[in-house]
Write a protein that binds this ligand. Structure first.
Ligand code: UTP
Length: 276
């Protein structure tokens, strides 16, 4: 199965280092963040991957490319652990790359993957600057797809003071941890933010999108019709709301936690959480 990993953003919250080192290449343990994202996708069966990059972020391409000279050096020096680590980075998945010319937002980045996805009935999107603690939701999302044949988004609880930073979902629980969504809003004010309702009818805390999505290729037509929204960017959430109206959309909650490394505080929190 295929996945798109957008990693072209400017990373302004990580300046000045993001001028020279993409935030997706910052280390979590002995590996860059995006290594963990590719490993998560591949482990869930999404091992044909398109990474969206931008000019200046070529070290991402270099990281996943074989380096025969380095490998033969490590081999000759008997450094078998280092050799295995280097080879593992390049053999997890089949990776292609596409450039985003102007950083017009996450929706624009995903749109670039249309040709790569082709006629596949479903594909994953994983944000390149977010790793998952405890477990990946992709397995549960793929299982929901097999049963319901609807696009699915991963959701996690979000404190009221943070809803205006994320895409937020409203909907009704139809099975344990699976919600039929009825409204998606990007960065709403708390008093306009939709809510989930449990199967027993109680209102749940706010839930935001947690950086993992399963889409049908119809998302591309929705993205083509999406004009710039919040902050002048092509918002993926706006296209998702169109797709939801057309085909329906599910949200799932899972026992893990999203670790967003898009800011210095987020990277420190992720390093602590993963014990690296
Ligand atoms: P973010 O919105 O967190 O990334 O996007 P950003 O724009 O780089 O961050 P700031 O706000 O300037 O600090 C989440 C993911 O989507 C990618 C980013 O690289 C990141 O992995 N992205 C974002 C793109 O590929 N293209 C875009 O136009 C925007």
């Amino acid at each position: 199965m295929k996945a798109i990993i957008p990693a072209a953003g400017l990373g302004t919250r990580f300046l000045p280092i993001a001028k020279a080192v993409p935030k997706e290449m910052l280390p979590l343990g002995d590996k860059p963040v995006i290594h963990h994202v590719v490993a998560e996708a591949a482990a869930a069966g999404f091992d044909e991957i398109l990474i969206i990059v931008s000019r200046g972020k070529e070290c991402i391409i270099e990281y996943f490319a074989p380096n025969p000279e380095l490998e033969s050096h490590l081999d000759a020096a008997g450094k078998s652990d280092a050799l295995a680590a280097v080879r593992q980075a390049t053999s997890m998945a089949r990776i292609e790359y596409a450039y985003q010319e102007k950083m017009l937002g996450l929706g624009d980045a995903v749109k670039i993957g249309r040709k790569f996805i082709g006629a596949d009935p479903v594909f994953a999107v994983l944000l390149g600057d977010t790793v998952m603690q405890h477990s990946s939701p992709l397995g549960a999302m793929a299982a929901a797809w097999k049963t319901f044949h609807k696009p699915t988004v991963c959701l996690e609880p979000c404190a009221e003071e943070r809803v205006s930073r994320y895409g937020v979902a409203g909907g009704r629980e139809t099975e344990a941890s699976i919600f039929e969504l009825d409204e998606l809003v990007e960065k709403p004010a708390p008093d306009r933010a939709p809510r989930l309702t449990s199967s027993a009818g109680s209102r749940l805390p706010f839930h935001a999108f947690a950086a993992r999505y399963l889409f049908t290729p119809e998302i591309f037509d929705c993205l083509e019709k999406t004009t710039s929204g919040f902050a002048g960017e092509i918002q993926l959430t706006d296209a998702m709301e169109q797709l939801r109206r057309k085909t329906g959309m599910l949200g799932i909650t899972w026992p893990g936690k999203r670790l967003d490394i898009g800011s210095p505080a987020g990277l420190i929190e992720a390093a602590r959480a993963l014990g690296s």
